[in-house]
Design a protein around this ligand. Structure first.
Ligand code: COA
Length: 156
């Protein structure tokens, strides 16, 4: 991996990658929420602002789209206080454990700070990842009848 060829962009500046991002989102994140490809693209298109949230970031390695991250509002109806949040963090399996997820996280933190937010929220079902990248676990939040997500808060 030649790190100098890794670049992170706002997806609104590279709409040509939108269909690829949509395909990945459908596989990984939107399985049960968005019912078809047209609506997935519609949803991402409306999460592509430059100077306010929501925003979608894409990471390219020599023009190959290898990962994404997004800054979004909270999607948990009864926890609307958890905005903005880091969402849709994804790295293609072949490129994992090389620090790209951490790079995407850092880019999101930078952008959110530039927008004058004081905190960003992260939540996930995965138990190990955010601890490994130095985030502070806060509490478990109920997201479904019997499911919980792990909430992390990062002060900017
Ligand atoms: C979670 C994900 C984004 C991590 O991306 P990544 O580019 O591999 O992350 P990094 O390389 O920055 O890893 C950061 C740390 O986590 C560790 N790590 C990454 N994947 C790991 C795994 N599967 N098991 C254990 N540790 C892991 C790395 O080794 C690194 O620790 P180190 O600094 O001690 O070596 C990626 O695995 C992914 O896309 N998963 C599927 C989508 C998903 O679940 N997204 C939600 C994430 S909350």
């Amino acid at each position: 991996m030649e790190y100098k060829h890794i670049k992170i962009y706002n997806l609104s500046n590279h709409p040509e990658y939108l269909p690829t991002v949509a395909k990945r989102y459908r596989k990984v994140f939107f399985k049960d929420q968005v019912d078809n490809m047209y609506n997935t693209i519609y949803c991402i298109q409306h999460a592509c602002h430059k100077k306010k949230i929501p925003q979608t970031l894409i990471v390219l390695y020599k023009d190959i789209p290898i990962g994404t991250a997004a800054i979004r509002n909270c999607d948990i109806a009864y926890r609307q206080d958890l905005s903005p949040r880091l969402a849709n963090l994804f790295v293609l399996p072949k490129y994992r454990k090389l620090g790209i997820g951490t790079m995407l996280q850092n880019e999101v933190l930078k952008k959110v700070k530039k927008l004058w937010y004081k905190k960003i929220y992260l939540y996930t079902k995965i138990e190990w990842y955010y601890e490994k990248t130095g985030r502070q676990f806060k509490e478990l939040i109920p997201v479904d009848k019997k499911e919980f997500e792990r909430l992390y808060v990062h002060t900017l």
